[in-house]
Every structure is written in structure tokens, then in C-alpha cells.
Design a protein around this ligand. Structure first.
Ligand SMILES: [Fe+2]
Length: 355
């Protein structure tokens, strides 16, 4: 490397970063609701939660109450104007049916809804191939939900995306260090897709390396080698995790710049025997349940980030400059996501408040 002259010494290095203002500003939050969450396809629930006619699920998208109902001719979604009595089937104090929304059941039986009255892309087009790596595993056999819990965390929803996309923090997870840090792990690739999505290629997890855990190959999802772990990070913050014998989805609902509702679902195969289901649930909960090895560590991590970056704190730069040939700790997924985020919002993530 040649010696630096004075001019070079003074020049700004080409650092890739975003400003912490992306995470804690009220105006940015409102723009995200309008320009992102009102436009994208949201995976709001799973078809197995609403098998019977009359079953329904509700959510809120960009501040609008939404209801998906299993009707005689399939699942339909509406803006929800009703007041619902807490019962398992539809029972309303007032009629619920507001505007009919576009709704599709896709990618392993997820129910996708968009507020956009004239979406330019189908779910297939929007997801842009990000699910292809797990399609044979989640679409061959019918899946069934066996776990649901939610968390409301004082943090920005994008930090939940980040914890699923930025893998350098795997050093924080004792379980992953012990069972996962092999040569295949470090060769995993972050693969960007259109619309800001990324998936993380698989590798073989050595579960038996963790004291008390066993190989999970026997209950692998269809068409997969044993003990694989795939991840699909879907813009703007929906995550799909296939860890060999159990599948998990995360859906975020931003409640404010520094508040997010995260819904966690766990899935097995509908054809499971009771014994197989019990084992899948154990596998799921031991890592991803509220008292599992990993999930709470991520929640604590993002809660800490939410505290340090809350509104009123000094703006700082968050670096995304790790380049490692697209492999697991390369921040290409973060750069890809925030590039799409900036495009959709019409702002520069380095200076999101600049006029
Ligand atoms: Fe994590």
C-alpha cells in the first residue's frame, strides 16, 4: 500500500452506513406506514389457523384494522369495521365488512393481504424468488401451526429485520456457536432478490454438539437433507426460518418509531403423528420458544438497541461495511435491504431527514 499523502489523509473514507435517524424519527415512521406498509403484501396469518368456514384472524396494517375470514368460497380479507366479540368464530356487534382487500394464500399456506387497492405485483412476483430455496420443503406437504406467541418490544421494527439478516451477532448465541460454527456455516451465502428480499443459504447444524440435544434429521421437512437451516428475510420485516424439523414465521406490526409487535408462529406437517408433533414442538421450543436458547437473546438485543437509539438520542452512523464475498457475515443483506427501503421511501438512509 503506497504511503498516504496529505490529501488522502484528509479525505473521507468510503464507509457504508445508515443513520440511526432511520430508526427513531416520527416522520420517517409515518412515511413508512404510508409508502411501505400500505403498499406491500403482508403475511398476516396461516391458513391452518382458520380451517373452518367462519374462522377468522385479525391484524393491523399501517394503522388499518384488517380481518381475514374463511368464507364458503375461500379466504377473503376486508378492512375491519366491526367490533368483535371474543369467540372462536365470527360474532360481531357491528358488521365488519369494509373494503374488500386483495388476498392470496401462498408459500406454505401463508395468508397474504395488501392494503393496495391496485397491486402492481402478485405475491409470487413480489416475493421475487426468495422462497424458491425452501419451496419443495414447505409446499409439498400441508403445514399446520402448533405454536403462537407475540412480543411487544420497545424498539424499531427494522431492528427485528436486522437481527434476522445480520449474522455477525451469531457470536452472541451460545447455542449457535456450539452447534453451528463449522466450515459449512462460514460458507453460507446471503442471496439478494428484487424488492429488498434476501435469503440465507443452508448448512448442516451439528445439534448433538450441544449438551443434551440430539440429531434432528429424522423429522426433516420434505425434500431436504438432514439438519438444514434456511432463512428467508422478506422486505420490509417478515422472516421465515426453516430449521430442519420445524418452521417459524415472524410478522412485524410497527406500533411507533420505537415500538413493534412481533408475532411468532411455529409449524409442523399436518400429517404428523402425535409423537412426531411432540418432538417437533420440543425442537421448536428449545430454540425458538419464549424460553428457548435463542429467541430471547435476540429480543434482549433489539430492546437494547431500541434503548440506545430511542428518540432524542444523538444521531449516529450504523456501519454496514463488512464485505466477505457474500458469505454469512457479509453485510450485503443489510445493504440490499436499506437500498430498497430508501428507494421506496424516497430518502437517503445516510441522511434520511435531509429535505
Ligand atoms: Fe439472533
Amino acid at each position: 500500500m503506497p504511503p498516504r499523502n496529505h490529501k488522502k489523509w484528509l479525505s473521507q473514507p468510503n464507509i457504508e452506513y445508515i443513520s440511526s435517524e432511520c430508526y427513531n424519527n416520527k416522520e420517517i415512521f409515518e412515511q413508512e406506514q404510508e409508502r411501505i406498509f400500505s403498499k406491500v403484501w403482508v403475511p398476516m396469518c396461516h391458513i391452518s389457523e382458520m380451517y373452518n368456514i367462519g374462522n377468522f384472524r385479525t391484524t393491523q396494517i399501517a394503522g388499518t384494522n384488517v380481518i381475514a375470514v374463511n368464507e364458503a368460497n375461500g379466504v377473503r380479507a376486508y378492512v375491519n369495521n366491526g367490533e368483535i366479540r371474543p369467540s372462536g368464530t365470527l360474532e360481531y356487534v357491528t358488521p365488519y365488512k369494509g373494503r374488500l382487500l386483495h388476498c392470496e394464500v401462498k408459500h406454505g399456506g401463508m395468508v397474504w393481504v395488501t392494503l393496495d387497492s391496485n397491486p402492481s405485483q402478485s405475491v409470487e412476483e413480489w416475493t421475487a424468488g426468495a422462497f424458491e430455496c425452501i419451496a419443495d420443503a414447505i409446499d409439498t406437504e400441508e403445514m399446520e401451526i402448533f405454536h403462537y406467541h407475540k412480543a411487544i418490544i420497545n424498539t424499531n421494527y427494522k431492528l427485528w429485520h436486522d437481527t434476522n439478516s445480520e449474522f455477525y451477532h451469531d457470536f452472541m448465541h451460545y447455542f449457535n456457536r456450539v452447534s453451528g460454527f463449522n466450515d459449512e456455516y462460514f460458507a453460507r451465502k446471503n442471496i439478494p432478490f428484487d424488492n429488498g428480499h434476501v435469503n440465507v443459504s443452508s448448512f448442516t447444524v451439528n445439534y448433538e454438539e450441544y449438551d443434551g440435544f440430539e440429531d434432528r434429521g429424522e423429522l426433516s421437512f420434505p425434500n431436504l437433507p438432514p439438519n438444514q437451516w434456511y432463512m428467508v428475510d422478506l422486505f420490509p420485516g417478515f422472516n421465515f426460518n426453516l430449521r430442519g424439523s420445524a418452521y417459524r414465521s415472524d410478522s412485524v406490526t410497527p406500533l411507533g418509531p420505537n415500538k413493534v409487535l412481533i408475532e411468532f408462529r411455529g409449524y409442523g406437517l399436518k400429517k404428523d403423528t402425535p409423537e412426531e408433533r411432540a418432538t417437533r414442538i420440543k425442537h421448536h421450543n428449545s430454540i425458538w420458544g419464549p424460553f428457548g436458547r435463542n429467541l430471547h437473546e435476540d429480543l434482549i438485543g433489539v430492546a437494547g438497541q431500541g434503548t440506545t437509539m430511542r428518540e432524542g438520542t444523538e444521531a449516529r452512523n450504523i456501519l454496514h461495511g463488512r464485505h466477505e464475498n457474500g458469505t454469512i457475515h457479509d453485510e450485503v443483506g443489510m445493504r440490499h435491504y436499506y437500498s430498497a427501503w430508501g428507494d421506496m421511501l424516497g430518502v437517503d438512509p445516510m441522511k434520511p431527514l435531509a429535505a
